[in-house]
Design a protein around this ligand. Structure first.
Ligand SMILES: Cc1cc2nc3c(=O)[nH]c(=O)nc-3n(C[C@H](O)[C@H](O)[C@H](O)COP(=O)(O)O)c2cc1C
Length: 189
């Protein structure tokens, strides 16, 4: 029997509680329900330095991040919308994935990515669109279903639960879709 599909969640923010982290956890639940083996990286807890090229800048946390991403079949990304784009914290973590240039296959080749963003206003899709360009640049495959969550302050309670069952179900569906697409991708390799 083949091993379970591995889905890695990457996201969050420096805020506590964080709506982007709450959304990510719900989507990971969906992936788990679809049979995936899931794991979570909270970008805030990595304490990454600003991206800088060169071997001397590479810490064990940076290497671990790259190894973890490389081992995943699918990913869920979740960032808050900051000034019309993803946050600097999240982008810096993605920039550190530049090390995947030297992995085989390189970057996000053959990996399926589900995109989530949370916004204070109505334009959450801006961060999702931003992430879509990045996925493509890194040779990954974004699933067509996305989860842009506008007015996130009305959606999540202090415990990270969604007060809106439709949004919770959309997030879970995204996790399921990533698991399903990652399995297809693996089977066709
Ligand atoms: C620096 C900064 C910039 C922001 N820019 C936007 C924005 O352009 N549009 C918007 O709708 N919300 C914006 N927001 C609100 C956040 O997107 C919103 O609070 C989000 O839910 C935060 O996610 P978090 O709880 O995971 O930190 C901004 C918040 C901060 C702190």
């Amino acid at each position: 029997m083949s091993r379970p599909i591995r889905v890695l969640g990457l996201g969050g923010s420096m805020s506590s509680p964080s709506s982007s982290m709450a959304a990510l956890k719900i989507a990971l639940e969906g992936a788990r329900e679809a049979g995936a083996e899931t794991s979570l990286i909270d970008v805030a807890s990595l304490n990454l330095p600003m991206y800088s090229p060169g071997e001397e800048a590479i810490t064990p946390a940076i290497r671990e991040l790259n190894d973890h991403v490389h081992a995943a079949d699918g990913m869920l990304w979740s960032s808050p919308l900051y000034h019309g784009a993803i946050s600097g914290l999240f982008k810096n973590a993605l920039d550190w994935l530049e090390l995947l240039h030297d992995y085989k296959p390189p970057y996000l080749s053959g990996k399926v990515i589900g995109l989530i963003s949370t916004a204070g206003g109505a334009q959450a899709l801006q961060a999702v669109n931003n992430m879509e360009f990045i996925v493509r640049a890194m040779r990954g495959w974004a699933v067509p279903l996305v989860a842009p969550i506008s007015r996130a302050w009305t959606v999540f309670d202090g415990d990270g639960q969604s007060k809106d069952p439709k949004i919770a179900s959309q997030l879970k569906m995204l996790g399921q879709e990533v698991t399903r697409a990652a399995a297809r991708m693996r089977d066709s390799a």
